[in-house]
Design a binder for this molecule. Sequence first.
Ligand code: ASP
Length: 337
Amino acid sequence: MSSLPNHLYLAIMSLFFFWSNPALASDTAIVIHGGAGTILKEKMSESVEADYRQALKLSVTTGHKILETGGTSTDAVIAAIKIMEDSPLFNAGRGAAFNHDGKVELDASIMNGDDLNAGATTGVQTVRNPILLALAILDNSPHVMLMGRGAEAFAKNQGLESVENDYFYTERRYQQLMRAQAVKDGTALSESPDDDFEPQIFSTVGAVAIDRNGTIVAGTSTGGMTNKRFGRIGDSPIIGAGTYADSRYCGISATGHGEYFIRAAVSYDICAQVNYKKVTLQKAADEVIQNKLVRMGGEGGIIGIDARANISYSFNTPGMYRAGIDKTGKIEIAIFR
Ligand code: ASP
C-alpha cells in the first residue's frame, strides 16, 4: 500500500468500509400507493389512466430524489404523500371521500422504524396536509394520536396550514357519496360514466421508504370511506393496522376496508411474521392479505419495504394504484393486477 498515494488509499479503505458495513450505507428504495379496489382497465379511459400514472410518478420520483441526495426516509415519505394529498385524484387531502353528513374528516399516521416513534391524527376537518400534522405529533408532542378539535388546535399551534372544509371538495367524490346513499336507501342511482372504472375503491394514499442509514419510515393518509358515519375511524391512523415500521424487519402502509384491517392488525402482523417466522416480506404480506384477510372478508392491499430495501406489493382487489423505485433505481408504476 505504501506505493499508493495517501488519498487513494483512504478512498479505497472507505469504500471497503461502507461495502462491508451495510448498516452504514444502506440501499435506498421507496414505494407508494394511491388506494386499492375494483379498478378496472376496461372501464378506465386512457386519459384518466394517464393522469393517475403521472401523479404516481411525480410522487415516487420526488421521494426518491430526496433519498438519492442523502435525505431521510421521513422527508421522502412526507414529500411523496403530500403530493398525493394535494392531488384531487386520491382519497386524501383535496379529493378525499365524504362522510354521511357531507363533510370531509381526515386521518393520517407516520412511524419511524428506528425508535418505533409514531404520530397519528384522526377526524380533522381543516388541516390541509394531515400527514404534516401526524409528523408534528411524532416530533413535537409526548402523544401518539390526537383527534378532532384537539388535533386542529395543535396543528394551529405548530403553524400548519389550515383551510375551510370546502377546500377538500371534489364533484367526483360528492357524486360517490350521492350514489352510496342512494344504494343504502334502496333507490338505484345510475353510475356516473366518468367513474365506472372504480365502482368500489379504497383510495387512501401511503408511502414507505428506506434511506442510506437503513431507517424505514411508513406513512398513510386518507379521507376514510365514503358515507362513513361521522366520528368513524378506519385503519389508516392506527399504528399496527394501517401503518407500521420497524427498521429491523419492514415498513408497511395499507389501503382497504379499514374495519377488517384493524381487526387483522394487518401492518403489525406482517412485520411480526418477518421477525418471528423468518419469512420474506412478500411471503408474510401474502399470508395476511391473500389468506387471513380473504378468510375474514376484508378487501385491500399493502405496500412494504424490508430491511434489505426489497419492495413488496400485495392486494386482493382487482387493482391498486402503486409505484416504486427499487434499490437498483428501477421504477415501476402500475394500476391493474
Ligand atoms: N383504509 C381506509 C379506511 O378504512 C380506506 C382506504 O383505504 O381508502 O379508512
